[in-house]
Design a protein around this ligand. Sequence first.
Ligand code: ZN
Length: 285
Amino acid sequence: MNWLTKSVLPKIKALVNKDEVKENLWIKCNSCNQMIFSKDLFENLNICTTCNYHMPLYPQDRLKFLLDENTLEVIDYLSDNQDVLNFKDLKKYSDRLKISQNLTNQRDCIYLVKGKIGGFPVVVAAFDFRFMGGSMGKSVGNAFVKGAQIAVDQKSSFITIPSSGGARMQEGIISLMQMPRTIAAIQMIEDAKLPHIVLLTNPTTGGVTASFAMLGDIHIAEPGSTIGFAGKRVIEETVKEKLPENFQKAEYLLEHGMVDIVSDRHQHREVFSNLLSITLKDFKK
Ligand SMILES: [Zn+2]
């Protein structure tokens, strides 16, 4: 026992504690359970190399791939979330904000940028689900208004990429007011006859689905994404009916006309480029 605890155990611990292990060298696919080397997964845009399951992709990595090289410019927006309810569940709202800010290195869940795709100017508002489930509070509304104003000024397409559980309940009615606020921002894009293209990613639910996310001129969705307002179980209990297996999935919504295109992440740059060449043809590159 002594040589085991004194000699062998420290060596095993040293092996296990190596930094490489902490970095999660291998990632397990949530769909097929296959272990994938993390570098291979990242190079494949976080798509499972075995079953094509689309795992979450951080907005920074997604936009680096999506936008033309050296065109990406981050747009700062006012982050003034107010804890008017002095909200506390297991943690205070103010603490949750700090944890998410440290985790994502962002002030809120929106990553707002401008740049070009296929030579066409775009403003993109992409959600980071790691930041309080991509929930929509006052700062999200601020980002949308600023993004839409810039898109109108420079005659760009406005691209929104939701990944969200809905309104941020910690902000109470203020979070609900962001629904009409984002809709008003989208209306500015429509009034300027510019395209609003939505890329729906997993999951897009609640107040986000019930506002700007369903108001695109074109809706693209990632394969297998869950897109809906209330959850499937809640609806089943309300209507007392069994819903189809793939209810609220991107493919089901495509069949029923809620989504225009379901396409693999690898194709998005080409898909956006083609759509922009059609919708922005009257504007200069
Ligand atoms: Zn898989």
